[in-house]
Each structure stands twice: as C-alpha cells, then as structure tokens.
Ligand binder design. Sequence first.
Ligand SMILES: [Zn+2]
Length: 192
Amino acid sequence: MIARTHDLAAITALSIAILLVSAHPITLSTLIFAIIANLVGGIVPDIDQPTAPFWRNLPIGNVFGKVFSKMTGGHRFITHSILGVLIIGYLFFVLLNFISPIIGSVDVNVVWWAFMIGILSHLIMDTFNKEGVPWLLPIPIKIGFLPIKALRIETDSWVENWVIFPGLVIFNCCLYLINYQYILHLLRTMVV
Ligand SMILES: [Zn+2]
C-alpha cells in the first residue's frame, strides 16, 4: 500500500479505537500529538524502503534510507513483524518518556497507543498485499490474505486507488455520521 492509504487506515483504526474504548477526557494537545503519532506510526514500517516519504523529505535521505534498508533486511522484513513492532514501540516509549517533561499536559500513554494502533494498521493493510507480511519473524514465513496470491492487492494498483482508498473514505464518513452525537460529546468534554 502507498503512504496515503496507510495514513487513512491508521486514522480509521484510531477512530474505531476511540469509539470502542470509553475514553476519559483528554487535553487538546494530547489529541493533536496522538493524531500525529498515529499518522507517523501508520507509515513508519516502510522506513525499510529507501523511497519512503520519511527518507525523501530528509537531505541525503535516500543514502540513509539505503543503509537503513540493508540493516533491517530490506523491504517488508523486520519492521513488518510483531518483533519489529515491539522494538519500534519500545524505542518510541523511551523517546516519549524522554521528551515528556517538555510536552507538559500531553498524556504520553494515549500518544503511545495511537502510535501503536498506526503501526498495527500498517501491518494489517500490508497483509492484503501480494507479497504478504512476515508477522512471525524470525520464522521466515510471509502471511497474506486472501490465501490465493492472485486475489491479493498490488501496491498503487487501481484496486488500491479506486476501491480500497475511496472505501476507507466512505467508511470513515459513515463512522463519523453514525457516531456524530458521541463525537460531539467527546469534543465538548475535552480539556483545553
Ligand atoms: Zn509496508
């Protein structure tokens, strides 16, 4: 999947999580940090790809991207496994705790969960890709859905761009319309 599909999937997963878990009131800054962390989490497994947006936006990023890609075993390897998710999650946890004194009223637990939801949504979406995902590394098996490879989705294909992406947009619209009153309630009880 391409970055925008991953980000939309990450936001979708975060929205579902917010609606399912009866959240305690959070601050506006926590919400903003959580959304950013969720979007970053949604694309972070693809830092194993030299052409990833993260590397493209850095000066000489493609050089670092190539080195990092080699270190992590190439595209869709360690960063696309449960082991990789745990490692990245731990590193992000350390980073959040390090910067927590300067981000004041931000609830770092909520931000961490939003990030993890983003990463997991990435792996789930890539499972629908032709190549599948090595969820169980170091067991070197790529798991994909549907079981027949020919029925899976190719990255940046018309199915992704004209079925999956618009499908997610419509799903989100329905989700927000159906839960409109509850979302208003959540926003009204938000601590500024
Ligand atoms: Zn990926």
